[in-house]
Design a protein around this ligand. Structure first.
Ligand SMILES: [Zn+2]
Length: 307
């Protein structure tokens, strides 16, 4: 299995266009040891078959163009990108779908709730369904594994199994939806190929004890590294939500990601979806040192994992 991290930042990227936080300002000034990052985007494949994108970043077009692995191989039109699996309907996870129009056949996997928001409430995503040969949407349900296929029915050698994370719809989807008791609005994914597996979860409001045991059988976990502290955003922008208010368990604090996942011993542990305010992006910061000392890797654009 080959996993490419095409983008490693949370929404807004790093630096963010309208942000002058300490990280963004210092990166612009060349005064921060660290890398610029595009918005979170993963691509997975096995045995050189078609690529499966995990979510669709607002930066997707540039991310595709930057890597020749994603260039068309057959004339006149084609793409090695076969499928997209969505973990939520957040703007930063779905905006890139619009970069995949151009009448390209595509298989898109998403829960019923995510599809409702995108397909029934947002007419713009119908750009993907203007002809019968374009996007085909497949409904995924938590705890029901699926073999991923291309739009033409080619088996990709990858399977996915979703686990339910949150029943909170994105704020743009309207207040009436929040608190829907049974909705699978945010999911995490187990992706498996041959004898290998990874866990992908860019949005994690909590860690459940049984997840840790399951994840310990995987080869790599790529999880929510959005915020270091709960009040990171409220300190920068008054009126902003806390990390937990936005559905992200911060890395630090007594019940944060580092402590909650301390029992992970087998897999590679990788934080991705990192917000531009997060001090771990500064390679000279004590927070960066603390995370790496705990055995975590901090994803960067262009990082590749081969299993
Ligand atoms: Zn910033």
């Amino acid at each position: 299995m080959q996993v490419k991290i095409l983008g490693s930042a949370a929404g807004g990227g790093f630096p963010q266009w309208n942000c002058a936080c300490s990280n963004c300002a210092r990166l612009r000034a060349g005064a921060l040891r660290g890398r610029a990052r595009t918005q979170a985007q993963l691509a997975v494949r096995t045995q050189n078959r078609g690529w499966c994108l995990i979510n669709a970043s607002p930066d997707l077009r540039a991310q595709i163009l930057a890597d020749s692995d994603f260039a068309p191989q057959e004339t006149p039109r084609s793409s090695p990108i076969a499928t997209v699996v969505l973990t939520s309907a957040d703007v930063d996870q779905v905006m890139g779908l619009l970069h995949l129009r151009e009448f390209q056949p595509l298989q898109i996997y998403a829960t019923r709730e995510i599809q409702e928001i995108l397909r029934e409430e947002n007419s713009i995503f119908r750009a993907l369904e203007q002809t019968a040969k374009q996007a085909d949407w497949i409904t995924i349900h938590a705890s029901k594994p699926l073999e991923l296929q291309s739009r033409a029915g080619e088996i990709l050698g990858l399977s996915t199994e979703a686990f339910a994370i949150s029943n909170s719809a994105p704020s743009y989807a309207g207040k009436s939806r929040t608190g829907d008791a049974t909705g699978e609005y945010v999911i995490g994914l187990h992706i498996r190929a041959d004898d290998h597996s990874i866990v992908v979860a860019p949005t994690l409001p909590r860690i459940e004890e049984n997840w840790v045991a399951e994840w310990n059988r995987c080869d790599a976990v790529l999880v929510d590294g959005t915020f270091w502290s709960d009040d990171e955003m409220t300190r920068i922008r008054s009126g902003s939500k806390t990390a937990s208010g936005m559905g992200h368990l911060p890395i630090s604090r007594s019940a944060g990601m580092l402590r909650s996942l301390a029992k992970l011993t087998k897999p590679r542990k990788i934080f991705y979806h990192i917000n531009n305010t997060n001090p771990i992006l500064d390679e000279d910061s004590p927070e960066h040192a603390q995370v790496t000392a705990a055995g975590w890797e901090i994803a960067y654009d262009g990082m590749e994992i081969t299993l």
